[in-house]
Design a protein around this ligand. Sequence first.
Ligand SMILES: [Zn+2]
Length: 141
Amino acid sequence: MTNQIPIAEGLFTWPAAKPALLGSRCRNCGIVSFPVSSTCMACSSQDMEIEELPGRGTLWTWTIQQFMPKSPYRSDETPETFRPYGVGYVELPGGVRVEGRLTENDPNKLQIGMEMDVVFEPYRTEENGDEIINFFFRPVR
Ligand SMILES: [Zn+2]
């Protein structure tokens, strides 16, 4: 069986029957931030609690990454096999905006304000066969 390993610790619940992104809610002012932070960016309070973020939001802005990012970008790709991908911010209920890759890279299929689901998929495969899991935003069909 293939090991599936999250791309970063504490970014989302994993393994989980229904994985979710993790954010921090400030107990002082109520602002939710992503990724998890120990200090509130709005009021500097350190009274924070971790909570699961909603799995569906709306596309706030987006672009298509047309060339391979510089290091520390790590994937299975080489400059020869690189394929452009969408990247954007999705606003989740409660107002937190999360930057992430999109599953769609066709500009004609992306529109600000459209509904997007958070999905968790293999991002790259390590030499030992482990799959590295990342989150992506997928247009709701
Ligand atoms: Zn706060």
